[in-house]
Design a protein around this ligand. Structure first.
Ligand code: A3P
Length: 296
C-alpha cells in the first residue's frame, strides 16, 4: 500500500552507545530493556539478513506445526515471532506483541548485539538460537533490503553501501562486532546455539536435527521431512504469511523480501578491487576461531 508508506519517513542513522542504530529500534528502549522473559522463551538472535525468518519458521513449525497447522498460512511470521525492539508509528511495538503472545514457548526475534540483550533473558537462562551468515552475502542481502524497506536509511549506491559496511555504519552496528560478540558469548553460555546460514542451505534437515537436539525436541522422521519441505525457499516465498508481502513499508516493486536465498550471490556484486579490499579488512577484524564459508 503506497499511501501508507508515505507516512513513514526513512530514518537517519544515530550513534547509540557506540552502535549505529535508528530511532525505530531505540525509541522504546526502556520498555525493551525491562522486558520480562519467561524461562521457556526462545530468543532468535541475528544480524539483519542472516536467515532470521527462515529459522523463525523452522522453530514455529517444530513447536506449533502439529497443534495448529493453520497458523503457517493464517498468521504472518512477524506476529508469530515478534521483533522485540521494533517500534514504528501506527503498528504494535514488538515488545507489546511479545507481551501479548499466548503461546508456550514464546518465540522472540531480535537483531540486538549481545551487550544490548535485556537482562531478563540471562536471568531466566532462556534458550537462544543465533544465526550467522557470511559477511559477503550478508552485505548484499542487506543492500537489497535497505533499498526496499522504507524504515531503513537510504542505502545509496552499492559502492557507498559497501564502504559503510566496512566502516560498521549499518543499522545494528558492525557485522564483525555482532558475530564476534555472540561467538564470544557462546564460549561461556551453554544455552546458546550458534548456527550458520550456509549450513542451512547445504543441509536443512541436518540443521533441524541439531536444533531439535539443542531444544530437547524429538519429532518423528516424517514430521521433520514435512518441516524441511515447508521451509524450502520457494515454499516460503509463495506463502504470504512468511514472505512479508503484507508489510506496508516494504516496496516489493524494488526487491522482494525472499530475494534469492543463495550462498555466493556476492560474486554478482563485488568488483575484484572491492573483494581484495574486503578480504584485507576482514582479516584484521575477525576472530580466527570463527570461520564462515562464502561458497558451498
Ligand atoms: P537474500 O536477500 O540473499 O535472498 P532475514 O530473514 O534475516 O531478513 O534474512 C533474509 C535472507 O534470508 C534473504 O536472503 C532471504 O531470501 C533468505 N531466506 C529466507 N528464507 C529462506 C529459505 N527458506 N531458504 C533460503 N534462504 C532464505
Amino acid at each position: 500500500n503506497p499511501d501508507k508508506m508515505d507516512f513513514i519517513p526513512r530514518p537517519e542513522m544515530l550513534d547509540f552507545h557506540g552502535v549505529a542504530m535508528t530511532h525505530y529500534f531505540t525509541c522504546n528502549w526502556e520498555n525493551v530493556q525491562n522486558f520480562q522473559a519467561r524461562p521457556d522463551d526462545i530468543l532468535i538472535a541475528t544480524y539483519p539478513k542472516a536467515g532470521t525468518t527462515w529459522v523463525s519458521c523452522i522453530l514455529d513449525l517444530l513447536y506449533f506445526g502439529q497443534s495448529s497447522p493453520d497458523r503457517q498460512t493464517s498468521t504472518p511470521i512477524y506476529e508469530r515471532v515478534p521483533f522485540l525492539e521494533i517500534a514504528v508509528p501506527s503498528i504494535d511495538s514488538g515488545k507489546d506483541l511479545a507481551d501479548k503472545l499466548s503461546t508456550s514457548p514464546r518465540l522472540i526475534k531480535t537483531h540486538l548485539p549481545v551487550q544490548f540483550i535485556p537482562k531478563s533473558f540471562w536471568e531466566q537462562n532462556c534458550r537462544i538460537v543465533y544465526v550467522a551468515r557470511n559477511a559477503k552475502d550478508n552485505i548484499v542481502s542487506y543492500f537489497h533490503f535497505d533499498r526496499m524497506n522504507m524504515i531503513q536509511p537510504e542505502p545509496g549506491d552499492w559502492s557507498n553501501f559497501f564502504q559503510r559496511f566496512i566502516d560498521g555504519k549499518m543499522v545494528f552496528g558492525s557485522w564483525y562486532d555482532h558475530v564476534n560478540g555472540w561467538w564470544k558469548k557462546k564460549q561461556t553460555h551453554s544455552n546458546l546455539h550458534y548456527m550458520f546460514f550456509e549450513d542451512l542451505v547445504e543441509d536443512t534437515g541436518r540443521e533441524i536435527n541439531k536444533l531439535c537436539c539443542f531444544l530437547g525436541l524429538s519429532p518423528s522422521a516424517e514430521e521433520k521431512r514435512r518441516i524441511t519441505g515447508e521451509v524450502q525457499f520457494e515454499s516460503m516465498k509463495k506463502n504470504e504469511a512468511t514472505n512479508y508481502s503484507s508489510v506496508a513499508f516494504m516496496d516489493f516493486k524494488i526487491s522482494p523480501f525472499m530475494r534469492k536465498g543463495k550462498v555466493g550471490d556476492w560474486k554478482n556484486h563485488f568488483t575484484v578491487a572491492q573483494n581484495e579490499k574486503f578480504d584485507e579488512d576482514y582479516k584484521k577484524k575477525m576472530d580466527s576461531t570463527l570461520q564462515f564459508r562464502t561458497e558451498i
